[in-house]
Ligand binder design. Structure first.
Ligand code: SAH
Length: 244
């Protein structure tokens, strides 16, 4: 619930948006709009719901614990990100939250926390908290789509169920210093980032044997996992995504 510009508040609601649609507010949303942002009846804000684009909506009723908005007109259509999944091994809580936030800003369609051999078991994730970070990031960055965050899944299970047509950008720290070489294959992709400890040799052997997995270097220095996630998405977006 972060204003995009000083003038207009942008809010995610779990409700359909359409002409004349009235949108009831939760207690938390009413508190934010009328308590924190000091809006009153007649004010116009932006709404997104992850599916119907962005809408201008007017405050019809403003109360301390409740309120109602009315949709006026669509200001932007739904803009889907490219079909890119980000798979990453959870690290410390704040850094995992950073990765999720950046994934939304950079344009990921789905966020998949994965448990690898060297993922620290202390780094449990709270899926609901990470999903809430996605919503906030979408509100803030002007996005109209909110990627889904999966529950933590085991890497070998995820690879066993891998969709045949999806390429995998396997960011492998042993390739440090090699040229950054991403094959120019269109279609669905995913990025895989390892934990602080990197990938085990068993994982590396397995990944190297998969026809859809492309081992990629991220330059001459070892990046922290959170930096690597942003760098990999930049490289991918620039080469194959919606940046060009
Ligand atoms: N402990 C490891 C580094 C892990 S960095 C070591 O010292 O070798 C965490 C993750 O970021 C890696 O698993 C990889 O996915 C990614 N990464 C970081 N730097 C990279 C680089 N230069 N090239 C490719 N991947 C990199």
């Amino acid at each position: 619930m972060v204003p995009l510009m000083a003038s207009k508040v942008r809010l995610y609601v779990d409700h359909p948006l359409g002409v004349g649609q009235s949108v009831p507010l939760t207690r938390e949303q009413a508190h934010y709009l009328f308590g924190v942002m000091r809006l009153s009846e007649g004010a116009v804000i932006s709404l997104i719901n992850g599916a119907d684009g962005e809408w201008d909506a007017e405050v019809l009723k403003a109360g301390k614990k409740a309120g109602v908005l009315s949709c006026l007109a669509q200001t932007r259509p739904l803009q889907m990100p490219p079909d890119l999944w980000l798979l990453f091994a959870p690290i410390r809580k704040e850094r995992t939250a950073f990765i999720v936030e950046k994934a939304v800003e950079m344009g990921a369609a789905r966020i998949c926390p994965v448990q690898t051999d060297f993922t620290q078991s202390a780094n449990r994730i709270r899926q609901d908290k990470l999903q809430a970070h996605c919503v906030e990031a979408a509100e803030q960055c002007g996005g109209t789509f909110v990627p889904n965050v999966d529950e933590l899944g085991k890497l070998d299970r995820i690879l066993a169920d891998w969709p045949a047509d999806r390429q995998l950008m396997f960011c492998d720290e042993v390739l440090i210093g090699d040229p950054i070489a991403l094959p120019a294959v269109d279609g669905p992709w995913a990025i895989l980032i390892g934990p602080e400890g990197g990938f085990s040799s068993a994982e590396r052997t397995r990944l190297r044997g998969l026809h859809y997995a492309h081992p990629v270097s991220l330059g001459p220095r070892i990046l922290r996992a959170d930096t690597a996630a942003v760098a990999a998405m930049t490289v991918w977006q620039q080469a194959l995504g919606d940046w060009t």
